[in-house]
Design a protein around this ligand. Structure first.
Ligand SMILES: C[S@@+](CC[C@H](N)C(=O)[O-])C[C@H]1O[C@@H](n2cnc3c(N)ncnc32)[C@H](O)[C@@H]1O
Length: 353
């Protein structure tokens, strides 16, 4: 974490500014600039919540103080008291956070641990292809983006978060899973910041971002419209909100996959890994080869995890999502992507006058 972002971070519970304690810093070079980064530290909120910075990444979920208890204990004299005080005052919401995120973290953590940053494409796109598609998705030219604040909500492997900063954006990426650690390690750009956070409780001031981008994420939460509503709070007036979502597909194969998921997503992850690798990846590789599509075994495996592992995977229509924008004082959204699995659309937040 670069110290410069402290001014933008807020406690996700109370929205208050945070105090920073640095335990360890390292120098890191980006192109021809070298900056100091905090590799270990602690963010404290006036309401008592604490958020550790572990391996360079701020961990800003309500339950992060439990998950990283051993790390905090090493640096904090009265961790035990802080922990019991928080559990006394906020026990219910903390427990809910743990329960809500357990499966999402496991399945997507596993999915992105397979990704090879040197060799793999994300879905079917290389870094530059994704950058190009991004401009189409949000219908912008690069001039519009310079110096603007953007957030990639549910950034996964973080490749896009990093790539789009090359348009001059100050680019934040958040994800609930541990994929955020590899996203941070593999980032090559200075103006990119990764945070582990829940999109339903973002650690920023409301109305902070010029652009909120979220591709293939909010339909994987317990309630897609609730998640849309939560992230929409963080857009500035005249800012753009883009989401890509699955739509219903009416064919036998799709219905069969949806059925299969209700069984596979309950299996232990190691079993899922072996099942997909042994029974599904080989035939998918052959099929792709016959169609002249280049996809390696990891890319295929990630795809199977994405389809068969998530606890939640809701589908929505364009008309339904349009109403979500209109209800929240956005302009009528423009659909920029409409393809086999889903669609992407963006709307602009109305200014008050
Ligand atoms: C299918 S991946 C999409 C990743 C990326 N947006 C992309 O287009 O490649 C969905 C991501 O959403 C993240 N996610 C799911 N629920 C989340 C939540 N409540 N808060 C933040 N991230 C979440 C998962 O961890 C996962 O990395």
């Amino acid at each position: 974490m670069q110290q410069s972002i402290l001014q933008y971070l807020r406690c996700p519970v109370s929205q208050e500014p945070l105090e920073l304690k640095i335990y360890e810093e390292n120098e890191r070079s980006y192109n021809d600039e070298t900056v100091k980064e905090i590799t270990a530290g602690l963010l404290s909120s006036p309401n008592g919540f604490i958020y550790p910075i572990v391996n360079g990444v701020p961990r800003m979920q309500m339950e992060s103080f439990l998950e990283f208890g051993d790390f905090i204990k090493k640096h904090h004299d009265n961790y035990k008291d802080v922990k019991s005080d928080l559990q006394k005052r906020f026990g219910f919401i903390i427990k809910q956070g743990v329960k809500k995120h357990r499966k999402v973290k496991q399945s997507f953590g596993m999915e992105w641990s397979i990704f090879d940053y040197d060799k793999d494409k994300t879905w079917i796109f290389g870094r530059d292809e994704r950058k190009e598609r991004f401009l189409k998705e949000i219908n912008a030219n690069t001039e519009d983006l310079k110096g603007k604040f953007s957030i990639d909500v549910g950034c996964g492997n973080g490749v896009l978060t990093s790539a789009i900063s090359e348009f001059g954006l100050i680019s934040f990426g958040i994800d609930v899973s541990d994929s955020i650690e590899r996203a941070y390690e593999n980032n090559t750009q200075l103006n990119v910041h990764y945070i582990q956070a829940d999109l339903q409780n973002l650690p920023f001031q409301t109305q902070f971002f010029d652009l909120i981008y979220s591709s293939g994420v909010i339909h994987h939460t317990n309630n897609t419209e609730l998640s849309f509503s939560c992230i929409a709070e963080f857009i500035k007036p005249a800012g753009k909100l883009y989401v890509w979502l699955y739509h219903p597909i009416d064919n036998l194969k799709h219905h069969a996959l949806n059925r299969l998921r209700s069984f596979t997503n309950k299996l232990p992850l190691k079993i899922q890994y072996l099942l997909y690798l042994i029974f599904l990846v080989p035939q998918a590789l052959v099929k792709a080869r016959l169609k002249g599509i280049k996809r390696n075994w990891r890319e295929q495996l990630i795809n199977f995890f994405d389809v068969l592992s998530p606890e939640f995977r809701f589908e929505h229509t364009i008309e339904e999502v349009e109403t979500w924008y209109l209800k929240r004082e956005f302009t009528k959204p423009e659909v920029t992507i409409n393809e086999y699995y889903g669609f992407g659309l963006h709307g602009t937040k109305r200014t008050k006058n």
